[in-house]
Ligand binder design. Structure first.
Ligand code: GLU
Length: 310
């Protein structure tokens, strides 16, 4: 049975792009008669809040998206993530990393903005070097824990993107503030929750080879992946707050209620005619991946309530 999920980070209101991804994930699972889980990825307790999580759940419910079982919060599951890191350590597949972000950028001579590959500075430190770097750690910091990768190339077949390949890097498993890293937690939870279909934005497609590799190392199941195209604002940039009314609350303030919003999203995924009223149940019936446009969707422009839209 298909078991899909939506796993937002409760660090802000969901915008049209997140809502569209959630809708697609839910439709795919429910069309197949499968289960659907919502998981709150609140690993970072500084930027996440339960109030935002509640608002996000309200937004999903307003569109007609329902879920099975309790919503799981990652902040309550650190033990599981640490146990997984310990397993990798027992396999000799981790190392401590003392580098600051600035050191990594300098060593990698990476242009700003691009994805930075860790240059491997801490991979083979001797005991004395490790001691010396431990002493220099800033107060409250601990070494990050990285995966010891070996240039593994992982290929997977994505429902939307087709065949995708990527090389695994020395991905961070635990940050230098002691918080388990997203790439590790997501793999542990998708397996623990029995998820077999991961639908998410295609900005995460480059992380998938790492996640598949981690799952295999840990003996966990590898789900099917479907990375959906991003949603853009009118200027061709990735949709963001500055593009005006992009959340359900913003749209409601302009008189665009959840039914109109659902219709708009349904049109964008090829399942409804413009302005056609359509229930969530009707969409479940109609859903097919074949209709999903393979290029980014430019969201209709609704100026923000303060008039700012640049
Ligand atoms: N929590 C991640 C985000 O909100 C998504 C993780 C995932 O779907 O794998 O960007």
């Amino acid at each position: 049975m298909t078991h899909g999920r939506f796993a937002p980070s409760p660090t802000g209101d969901l915008h049209l792009g997140n809502l569209r991804t959630a809708l697609i994930a839910w439709l795919s699972a429910r069309h197949a008669g499968g289960a659907f889980t919502v998981r709150m990825e609140d690993l970072d307790r500084v930027t996440s809040s339960t109030a935002l999580a509640a608002r996000q759940l309200d937004d999903l419910a307003a569109l007609g998206i329902d879920w099975d079982g309790e919503v799981v919060f990652q902040s309550e599951r650190f033990d599981r993530y640490r146990a997984a890191i310990d397993r990798l350590t027992d396999l000799g597949l981790t190392y401590q990393c003392f580098c600051t972000r600035r050191e990594i950028l300098e060593a990698a001579q990476a242009p700003h903005g691009g994805e930075v590959t860790y240059p491997g500075t801490c991979r083979d430190l001797g005991a004395a070097q490790r001691r010396e770097r431990t002493e220099r750690l800033a107060p409250g910091r601990q070494p990050a824990i990285r995966l010891r990768s070996h240039g593994e190339v992982i290929t997977f077949t994505d429902t939307v993107l087709g065949e995708v390949s990527g090389t695994v890097d020395d991905v961070v498993l635990q940050r230098n503030d002691g918080v388990p890293a997203y790439n590790l937690a997501v793999v542990v939870d998708d397996d623990a929750q029995g998820i077999d279909e991961v639908v998410r934005g295609d900005d995460l497609a480059t992380s998938t080879p790492r996640q598949i590799h981690l799952a295999r190392l840990l003996g966990l199941r590898v789900p099917i992946h479907a990375h959906v195209p991003l949603v853009l604002g009118g200027d061709g940039e990735r949709l963001a707050k500055r593009h005006g009314a992009v959340t359900r609350a913003d749209l409601a303030a302009q008189g665009i209620g959840p039914d109109a919003l659902r219709s708009q999203l349904a049109v964008s995924i090829g399942l409804a005619e413009p302005d056609e009223p359509v229930s969530a149940a009707a969409l479940v019936e109609r859903f097919t991946w074949d209709r999903l446009p393979r290029s980014p969707w430019t969201a209709p422009h609704h100026p923000g309530s303060d008039g700012s839209h640049t």
